[in-house]
Unconditional design. Structure first.
Length: 88
């Protein structure tokens, strides 16, 4: 959604809009229309700048990305240290 780079679905993070808040769906089981994004703050910022979330979820108005942003910000330092989420 953000950077528009094609990649394997397993490398992307599934997102779902729940009551106007965009939340990550790690298990891929939350109901509703999903969208996929690279688990990277830069990709999130591009998607926000392009206003891609309302189009992807087919919802009107702005959506809250604070939960998603906090989760990506917390995961980013671990990935830079050479660890991945599966290592933790």
């Amino acid at each position: 959604m953000g950077c528009r780079v094609r990649t394997a679905k397993t490398d992307l993070l599934r997102l779902v809009a729940v009551e106007g808040v965009i939340v990550p769906d790690h298990a891929g089981r939350l109901p509703g229309r999903g969208a996929h994004l690279h688990p990277d703050l830069g990709c999130l910022e591009l998607a926000e700048r392009r206003r891609a979330f309302p189009r992807a979820f087919r919802l009107a108005g702005p959506l809250d990305t604070s939960v998603l942003r906090d989760g990506l910000a917390a995961a980013t330092p671990r990935q830079q240290d050479g660890e991945t989420e599966s290592d933790v």
